[in-house]
Design a protein around this ligand. Structure first.
Ligand SMILES: [Zn+2]
Length: 273
């Protein structure tokens, strides 16, 4: 039985795209490992620009509603935490400490936080209040979010969407069924604003985030209590918004526990400085 022509064309296209992109890695390994090779078809600059626009829009909307940076105490806490984490990013990539990192707080009951490509962080008051987070636990969340940006997981997702759409487009055009005009800009935007990280992404962000936390002198054991609080909140009537973009399960706490022997010495060394 022969392989259908459309499938051959599609496979060829995907492998060509992968070769063109060179399957690079955005970060080096650190102590925990973070050097899986990634398919990257759009430039970081394009995505950072898109993210900066989305972030500015979100801030303007919150400011208009009177919910931007109204909780001065929480803003001060997350700024202090982020400024200790930022210099530690150099362990994974040399350019990251020089990024235009930014942290803002939105007054909103939802349990949520994210970091857009390029280092644009948003923390919702509900995250700290509803889970009653300590500084160490906040450091774990922010370190996790920063790691998604360091690994450029959104850029990877956009690239995968483009690869899939291009393959379909080429096959369709060859069969004379249409022009195969994939709206790449639209795919990119959708993937950016509706990011649902994969389990692989989550595992990488957990590992790297824990290392950043430890190197910044925050107790990485807070990763265990943070995720226990998150899972407990998940059993309530209002599941945290955070968990819809960061899929999780109970094995996560065990994974974090198994990483502690690797990152605790980094925490101890940071304490001595
Ligand atoms: Zn995540």
């Amino acid at each position: 039985m022969s392989i259908p022509r459309i499938l051959v064309v599609s496979l060829f296209c995907i492998s060509s795209l992968a070769m063109l992109a060179g399957c690079e890695t955005t970060t080096s390994g650190g102590a925990v490992g973070g050097d899986r090779r990634q398919l990257l078809l759009v430039s970081a600059q394009e995505l950072d620009q898109l993210a900066a626009q989305s972030y500015a829009k979100l801030k303007a909307e919150a400011a208009a509603k009177g919910t931007l940076n109204q909780d001065r105490a929480l803003l001060q806490r997350v700024n202090a935490i982020a400024s200790r984490l930022e210099p530690q990013t150099r362990v994974f990539r040399a350019d990251a400490p020089g990024w235009n990192w930014e942290v803002n707080v939105i007054t909103d009951d939802q349990v949520n936080a994210f970091c857009m490509p390029g280092g644009k962080i948003m923390v919702y008051t509900g995250l700290a209040k509803q889970l009653n987070l300590t500084d160490d636990e906040l450091a774990v969340v922010i370190g996790h979010e920063m790691s998604h940006a360091l690994r450029e997981h959104s850029r990877e997702q956009v690239s995968q969407a483009i690869a899939a759409q291009t393959a379909i487009g080429v096959g369709t055009a060859l069969l004379g069924l249409g022009q195969g005009s994939a709206d790449i800009a639209n795919i990119g935007y959708q993937a950016l604003i509706a990011t649902r990280f994969s389990r692989t992404d989550e595992n990488e962000a957990d590992r790297m985030g824990l290392e950043l936390t430890a190197r910044a002198g925050y107790d990485p054991r807070a990763g265990v209590t943070l995720w226990q609080k998150m899972l407990n909140a998940n059993s309530g009537s209002q599941p945290p918004a955070f968990l819809s973009s960061h899929p999780t399960d109970s094995s996560r706490v065990q994974t974090i526990q198994s990483l502690l022997p690797t990152v605790m010495p980094l925490y101890t060394a940071a304490q001595r400085r």
